[in-house]
Design a protein around this ligand. Sequence first.
Ligand SMILES: *[C@@H]1O[C@H](CO)[C@@H](O)[C@H](O)[C@H]1NC(C)=O
Ligand SMILES: *[C@@H]1O[C@H](CO)[C@@H](O)[C@H](O)[C@H]1NC(C)=O
Ligand SMILES: *[C@@H]1O[C@H](CO)[C@@H](O)[C@H](O)[C@H]1NC(C)=O
Length: 379
Amino acid sequence: MISLISIRMRKLELLLLLLLATCHTIFSIPDGLLPNGNFELGPKPSQLKGTVVTARDAIPEWTISGFVEYIKAGQKQGDMVLLVPEGASAVRLGNEASIMQKVKLVKGMFYSITFSAGRTCAQEEKINVSVTPTNEKRNWGVFPIQTVHSSYGWDFYACGFRADNSDVEIMIHNTGDEEHPACGPIVDSVALAVLNHSKRTNENLLKNGDFEDGPYVFPNVTNCGVLIPPNMDDPHSPLPGWIIESLKSVKYIDSDHFFVPKGKRAIEFVAGRESAIAQVVRTQTGWIYDLSFAVGDANNACEGSMTVEAFAGKETVKVSYDSKGKGGFVRGKLRFKAVSSRTRITFFSTFYSMKTDGSLCGPVLDDVKLLSAHYFRHR
Ligand SMILES: *[C@@H]1O[C@H](CO)[C@@H](O)[C@H](O)[C@H]1NC(C)=O
Ligand SMILES: *[C@@H]1O[C@H](CO)[C@@H](O)[C@H](O)[C@H]1NC(C)=O
Ligand SMILES: *[C@@H]1O[C@H](CO)[C@@H](O)[C@H](O)[C@H]1NC(C)=O
């Protein structure tokens, strides 16, 4: 009797194993957290020396290198409580330390990586996210980790890449060079999403003018909005079509957490004139074009008068919006004549805005459309 049961159990085990094996081979990552992307599964006690992880493969699904700490929520360093962005644990990367994960992707597709990070004791920390192998000259992006954009002590960041192989490795590296090796940034919630890179249409000469195509936004966290750092042009932009110009990030926001003028996604200018967003479009020299867009506020208590400036050809317009911080928008328009075969369309916020808690905020931009007046006249 007992042996019969145990044989049955074996069969069941075998079936389960088989099933798991099949799942593993057809496994291609859906939008969302990477396996153990939030580091909730940690090292065995024998693989920890205090908080320091002592074995390369101690954190399930990840490989580490260098001085990596496994941080539990509520843990202190001196008087300072170390912030864990999500769940019960996160990792902290010391000087030149890295975490890596191998993922299976669809070759040729574009992806975005979203992760949360907060700085700890160092003034300025930088994280280098890279993807290998690649056919490009550059396959990495550097993120300055600041804490001026949220009142939580950490933020979400995103970058984009094209999968040049079906097996790639994502590496998150602290480029820091602090006196104290444990002064590095805390990293949590690493997610991946497919970017569509949809084409321009006759309805809109701009690509991704409504900002619907963009990085993964976590549905269930309170601190939301994803910072998109500057100078990541296609294919590294996690916001297909758009380039973040100048020095600072813009924030990608979604309608689950914020007010957005149209659809589910929009951007917020959180660094005044220091963050501009641009797109270069093909135009016919001498033709007249109409640019239209929505300027509003995200319903995030960002109050005051706001102005968004738009540039195209030789024209410019300033659109003012008086924010009560409760959501809403106005429409802006710019008619211009194309002076060359390529026109750069640029937007930025004239002023800095700040919430009462000191975090930076600003006007929302959405529903950006470009049409040729010429095209419609002659259709
Ligand atoms: C970022 O990481 C990649 C891959 O390791 C490396 O080639 C690149 O030089 C790094 N960039 C910086 C600024 O550290
Ligand atoms: C991307 O394309 C997929 C499949 O066509 C679609 O389901 C999804 O909504 C698109 N996402 C965005 C942000 O456009
Ligand atoms: C948020 O959602 C992700 C993915 O659905 C899940 O893994 C994670 O545990 C959730 N976090 C919280 C705080 O509920």
